[in-house]
Design a protein around this ligand. Structure first.
Ligand code: ATP
Ligand code: MG
Length: 385
């Protein structure tokens, strides 16, 4: 433990010297002796002692009580008065400055040591309590802003459910009331609307659940060694089958195998959302490509399209839930896909970059660390079901 530094503020040189000797004999360090309140403040600021022993009547304009208030409020240092003034009025004034002790001269050495030690211990406790309070306040602020964000997302999700539900309700009411008199074509149109609204609801529900699950505190992050090349080949193949030659979906990699510690399910969500956007926001007949670059520490996955592009003013909101760009308004979507992608990237401690030109195309690049030991403690401490 470092020796304790005590600053003496005393205008009588003989008393000050005597006090210094006593304190040094007791094992304390006395870095300075000062005679005025003004000097005491300056010295406390530069030397940062552990405690100040302060006389009340001092040289200069300022007395010990004023100097003590200044020192305590500016530097949070404990002050003990050591004074010949034991009258009631001085004591009352001294009390208002909340000292850590009050010793009347001539002092007893044992009382001096006890008062100093109690003052130091009390000050240490107070500092710890103050620190704990700051931490608690910060945590409360974080929790409040998190819960605000969550309730905002909840209301946005509820709002998104309304449109498809209204469509289903209206079309089924129309079929119920006028179905008998409707042409087959009109009936079919209403049924198509119901089916499409149900698809939207299913997609919305799945996305809300995926995002909610990935943000929950008991989310299971489960990285394991996978061959990213084989994984990408499989995903691209399934997209090729689904799209049935309406788009050309290509895949290229700089290596035959690329082993990385990734969460397979999250990687699936990540790639599927990026590929789904690349297809959805591009004209039929265009090419969507997935490129894989396996480097020493990271794997880079690039999804590139020749579609409508993303307006510059929207790019700041790209990864926020329920946000959609103006040029995508007529294309169905819930605005949750990229929020899920970002969450998957963050959980892997990766990065995502976007490069886009309106009406020309978009490229998303995701960088993910290859090795498990580059993942943070936060991830390894996630609960496993
Ligand atoms: P879903 O939740 O069904 O995926 P979405 O596609 O609208 O709906 P996101 O995937 O989060 O939602 O994308 C957010 C918005 O970003 C889109 O609405 C679109 O405006 C824009 N966007 C995303 N990817 C592309 C892209 N490849 N090309 C053009 N715009 C894109
Ligand atoms: Mg999407």
């Amino acid at each position: 433990m470092n020796p304790i530094k005590i600053l003496i503020v005393e205008d009588e040189q003989l008393v000050a010297d005597d006090l210094r000797e006593t304190l040094e004999d007791l094992g304390y360090i006395v870095p300075a002796l000062v005679a005025s309140g003004e000097q005491a403040i300056l010295t406390a600021e530069t030397l940062r002692p552990d405690l100040v022993l302060m006389d009340i009547r001092l040289e200069g304009e300022m007395d010990g009580i004023e100097a003590s208030s200044e020192i305590q409020s500016r530097f949070n240092l404990p002050v003990v008065y050591l004074t010949a003034n034991a009258d009631r009025a001085t004591l009352e004034r001294a009390k208002t400055s909340q000292p850590f002790g009050y010793i009347v001269k001539p002092f007893d050495e044992r009382i001096l040591v006890t008062t100093i030690e109690i003052a130091l211990a009390r000050h240490q406790t107070e500092v710890k309590v103050q620190e704990a309070l700051i931490v608690a306040q910060n945590n409360q602020q974080i929790a409040e802003s998190k819960s605000q964000k969550e309730s905002q997302q909840f209301y946005m999700a509820a709002h998104e459910f309304r449109n498809p539900l209204t469509t289903i309700r209206l079309s089924s009411e129309m079929l119920k009331a006028y179905g008998g008199q409707m042409s087959e074509q009109r009936k079919q149109n209403h049924l198509d609307r119901i089916v499409s609204a149900t698809d939207t609801l299913t997609n919305l529900l799945e996305n809300v659940l995926t995002l909610g699950k990935s943000e929950s505190s008991n989310f299971v992050f489960n990285p394991r060694a996978i061959d990213v090349v084989a994984f990408c080949e499989e995903i691209v193949h399934s997209w090729q089958l689904t799209l049935n030659e309406q788009y050309e979906v290509t895949f290229a990699a700089n290596t035959k195998n690329c082993i990385a510690y990734l969460d397979e399910q999250l990687l699936w969500h990540l790639l599927n959302n990026l590929l789904s956007n690349a297809v959805k926001y591009s004209p039929k007949g265009s090419t969507v490509s997935l490129l894989l670059n396996c480097e020493d520490n990271s794997v880079y996955l690039q999804v590139k399209d020749q579609g409508i592009g993303i307006p510059p003013e929207f790019q700041a909101k790209l990864f926020e839930p329920f946000q959609r760009a103006s040029n995508a308004a007529t294309i169905p979507g819930t605005g949750l896909g990229l929020a899920i992608v970002k969450r998957c990237v963050d959980l892997h401690k990766g990065e995502i970059y976007v490069d886009t030109i309106l009406s020309k195309g978009t490229s998303f690049v995701v960088q993910l660390p290859l090795k498990a030991d580059t993942l943070s403690v936060e991830l390894t401490s996630c609960n496993y079901l």
